[in-house]
Design a protein around this ligand. Structure first.
Ligand SMILES: Cc1cn([C@H]2C[C@H](O)[C@@H](COP(=O)(O)OP(=O)(O)O[C@H]3O[C@@H](C)C(=O)[C@@H](O)[C@H]3O)O2)c(=O)[nH]c1=O
Length: 181
């Protein structure tokens, strides 16, 4: 397992070690001890989530203002472009984004700590998206920042308009959003 830092402090790319043989492959999709040793963080995960979406579906940019969740995200079918946005007001990279392709093929994971908004767009025909979270879903604390806020300027790999939920269509601009200290 490799852990690669990103320009956003705390956001990490995880590359698992994959063992292939004539039967197929095997890899540890999560190992708490290795994760702590290599990343320096020791998350306690309380919820596992699974969503499946068609090409062009964009979910995000989501966060919880209390019960903020760290998320360890991956794709087991298809591919997505996954994005974290720094919402920590005191961070030198506040308002900046990091994006990476996560796919069933590359088996990469992204660790997004509390303090970030998160979203992704599906770039394959369908994608299954799995993630572990460090706190429980709390609808009353859910917030969203608009996916195409020019103040953030995410370069989404999109052909045309994305498919959004009603709530994501009316998400806040970063300038009006509740953020972290
Ligand atoms: C997020 C969540 C939703 N739900 C329910 C509420 C709703 O009826 C249905 C779909 O919810 P949403 O539209 O919020 O699903 P979705 O847009 O996939 O929300 C997710 O987006 C990605 C980008 C994240 O980072 C996640 O934390 C989460 O916010 O599932 C739960 O029961 N538990 C949960 O943890």
């Amino acid at each position: 397992m490799n852990v690669i830092t990103t320009p956003l402090e705390g956001v990490l790319v995880i590359e698992p070690r994959v063992f292939g043989d004539d039967r197929g492959y095997f890899f540890e999709s999560y190992n708490a001890r290795r994760f702590k040793e290599l990343s320096g963080v020791d998350p306690v995960f309380v919820q596992d989530n699974h969503s499946r979406s068609a090409k062009g579906v964009l979910r995000g940019l989501h966060y919880q203002i209390q019960q903020a969740q760290g998320k360890l995200v991956r794709v087991t079918e298809g591919a997505v472009f996954d994005v974290a946005v720094d919402l920590r007001k005191s961070s030198p990279t506040f308002g900046q984004w990091f994006g990476i392709e996560l796919s069933a093929e590359n088996k990469r994971q992204l660790w997004i700590p509390a303090g970030f908004a998160h979203g992704f767009v599906v770039t394959s025909d369908v994608a299954s998206f799995l993630y572990k979270t460090t706190d429980y879903w709390a609808p009353e604390f859910e917030r969203a920042v608009l996916w195409n806020d020019p103040a953030i300027g995410i370069e989404w790999p999109l052909d045309g308009e994305p498919q959004l939920s009603g709530k994501d269509q009316v998400a806040a601009l970063l300038a009006d959003a509740e953020v972290f200290a």
